[in-house]
Design a protein around this ligand. Sequence first.
Ligand SMILES: *[C@@H]1O[C@H](CO)[C@@H](O)[C@H](O)[C@H]1NC(C)=O
Ligand SMILES: *[C@@H]1O[C@H](CO)[C@@H](O)[C@H](O)[C@H]1NC(C)=O
Length: 946
Amino acid sequence: MAAAKPTLTDSLSFCLAQLTAAAGEDLGGGKDPATNETPLGRALLALRTRHIKAAGGIERFRARGGLRPLLSLLRRAAAADPAPPQAGPGSAPLSAALAASAGPAPSPGPAPSAALSSSTPSPPVRLRKTLDLALSILANCCTEGACRAEVRRLGGILSLVTILQCVKADSIQNRTARALGNLAVEPESCRAIHSAGAVPLLVESLTACQDSQCLQSVVRALRNLADSPQHRLALAQQGAVRPLAELLAAAPDPALTSALVRALLELSRGCSRACAEQLSLGGALGPLVSLASHPKRVVREAAILILANLCAQGLVRPALGNAGGVEVLLGELRRRRGSSGASPVSQQPLVRAVCLLCREAINRARLRDAGGLELLMGLLRDPRASAWHPRVVAALVGFLYDTGGPGVGYRLWGLVPLLAGQLCGEAGDDEEEGTEAASWDFPEERTPERAEAGSLRSLRSWLISEGYAADSEDISPDWSPEHCPLPECAEPTNPSPSPASLRPPRTLRTPRTPAHSPAVGATEEPWGREGPALLLLSRFSQAPDPSGALVTGPALCGLLAYVTGAPGPPSPRALRILARLTCNPACLEAFVRSYGAALLRAWLVLGVAPDDWPSARARPTRRSQHRELGEMLLQNLTVQAESPFGVGALTHLLLSGSPEDRVACALTLPFICRKPSLWRRLLLDQGGLRLLLTALTRPAPHPLFLFFAADSLSCLRCLLVPTVNPALPSATAKDSDPPSPCLYKPLLGPAPVPAPDLHFLLDSGLQLPAQRAASATASPFFRALLSGSFAEAQMDLVPLRGLSPSAAWPILHHVHGCRGCGAALGPVPPPGQPLLGSEAEEALEAAGRFLLPSLEEELEEAVGRIHLGPQGAPESVGEVFRLGRPRLAAHCARWTLGPGQCPRKRALALVGLVEAAGEEAGPLTEALLAVVMGIEPGARGPSPDC
Ligand SMILES: *[C@@H]1O[C@H](CO)[C@@H](O)[C@H](O)[C@H]1NC(C)=O
Ligand SMILES: *[C@@H]1O[C@H](CO)[C@@H](O)[C@H](O)[C@H]1NC(C)=O
């Protein structure tokens, strides 16, 4: 249309001048209504088609002050528009409303007369055209941030809302909605539009407008107005969702369809109940399911995500399932998990939706048929999906109680180790779900008093109400340490574990603090995030023979870590699971073969978890509570073991089991057998003890095997050698003996009395004084040497070969009659230093060579006193054992298995012994056997405490 020759409207100044002039004019005045060839009409057209569209045009228009006259013109044109306002009773007259909406801008001209707005029956074309052009310019300007701010400042939003209310022509509604939609891209405008009351008017347009483009503008405005949870809720509460749903259900053209799904996607975020209800009542569920296979990806994905959002509302899930939503959501989740590119973030809403769908029996049936169970189990096995694991476990609980799914429980069986691991798992995505997400299978739960309870509580009540769980049995505590408090005492003083280091946990994770408040009430069992996993495990533990899944190393470790790791008292449900397992005869064998009984004892009674071995860790307290718990569980196992069935099972295991099982059985018996006839027969008569001892040098591949074995042998020793008086450990008693007088010292002074009549000459050249007569009586060796037919008998300087001064020292004392003068301690290196190759070993060897058995004994005692004291380090035990002397080996075994020894030191000592024994297991076996049986020579004052 622009001619080659320049026109007046090429000038922005001219156009602005026209605009400003018109803003103050009486627009309804008697100019020719048939033409838009007025200067104003030309100026507006030029502004819209040329000036605004030019690069930087909007900016220039605003900078030159165009917005204020534009808004004024808009108000005046609208006020002059003769279309009858359709506002209800009580609404202000249009002109007044527009005047009020003028905001801070002073009304430049005289108020338009009411006559103008009602006199002419058909609207002057020119006026409508002016309004249309002005709105179009304004909408375009509102694509620019600074313009939006100025429009807000000038009260433009209220004016637009008033126009929306008063001028009902599609084209005006279209442009007004577009302007509002453009304004609504930022929160400040959004707030203003909401508070100006635009939403009901836009909703009204949805039903009133016929034109698709107009509808698209309105739909887009509504979408942009759904920018926050509050605004989404406000939109739903004002009924914005239902007409959108109805429009979608009417199968509109592709452009409108696309606009509708995009808007519904925004509106359904964090889906409120109102939103879900309107979507469902508006008939959108079916169309959304169909759109989930739309050829256009944006439409398809929006439809799917709307369905996913809807799942947050329990009331709509059954209908959503009926419409085919289950298969759609499951299929999409499967697709996103399958494609390697799809990020976990993209799976998140679908995982959540599918899990929510598991809350209704009807949808569970659909999920099961569509392979949903496998998908959920796959999620549980996927470490990358760990954030969702608690949610998935909660979802699976429902399946377990379904009657319609034969074999479901069986399929879930494989989850036990995962579930046990879950108990102490990471926190997962902790997204709050309100009561509205609760299962719709029991809508009566949705009463306000239960509002805080959440959906898991509902599940619980449901389980009870449906008879799947008895209130007393599985759902609320029937045995709880909270109700029968155990004495809370400090760390037991004897045996005292070595000081625990303060390292952070290595692999076992600390369970989360149960998500319950004391306000839950005394009779309520804490229902933390691990509640679903515990519920499933509890359910499994009620199977006739749950041992295959639950009485395994990993499952027991998970349960025990949970029981001991929680900061609060142990979870009653977890305790009930353990009690149930230990009381089930079908589990006895598994407790033996998996070392489960030994683990219970180590972890609960002795306070040594697998992670505490071999080095200790700081542990939460409650030791005494754990100890009592462990003793109770072992007591329950004992009841099983000593029943006729148990005796038969254990006997069979020990005599006919695999080599590994036989060892495990022998090791476990001292923990779960109190009847002497039984353990005597199995361990002594049938060779169980020897079996265990022989196995020490080729330990089973259990990380705690040697710990268990040391504990087991010590327990057995207590059974076999019941002792009476708690005598002090022998070494302590000996320490207090005063040293006896030294008989050799007098020979050493400058004027020795009696004078030595002989000197022994060492390799080093050192000469040691001696008395021939005394020396000759010390042993057959010295008699032969000094008073026999050898040349030495005539020599004053007798060489003693291969002897260092330090090793020679106790020998010289000994041959001169010293017994216990302390000289034997001389060659013994301090603890921590090697004994092999030391002067002590040399002295021992020499004492043997010189046929001085009582010196050997004295030297061995010295070694024992220094290296195997009550406070000695377990590392010394192996070192002493390496000397290869039977008496010392017995001492080592006694130190290791002796009563009152700290379990950890005991086990470390055994590890050292096994290492020292190497291939030559015989001496170690014999030494341990003798100590266990109480037949070792020179065993002194054992004490009780077994
Ligand atoms: C509605 O508004 C759009 C965008 O401004 C415009 O392209 C379209 O022609 C308008 N349609 C009607 C019927 O007014
Ligand atoms: C387990 O043993 C304890 C202690 O002996 C006993 O009180 C409890 O009743 C037993 N539990 C079961 C379920 O038999």
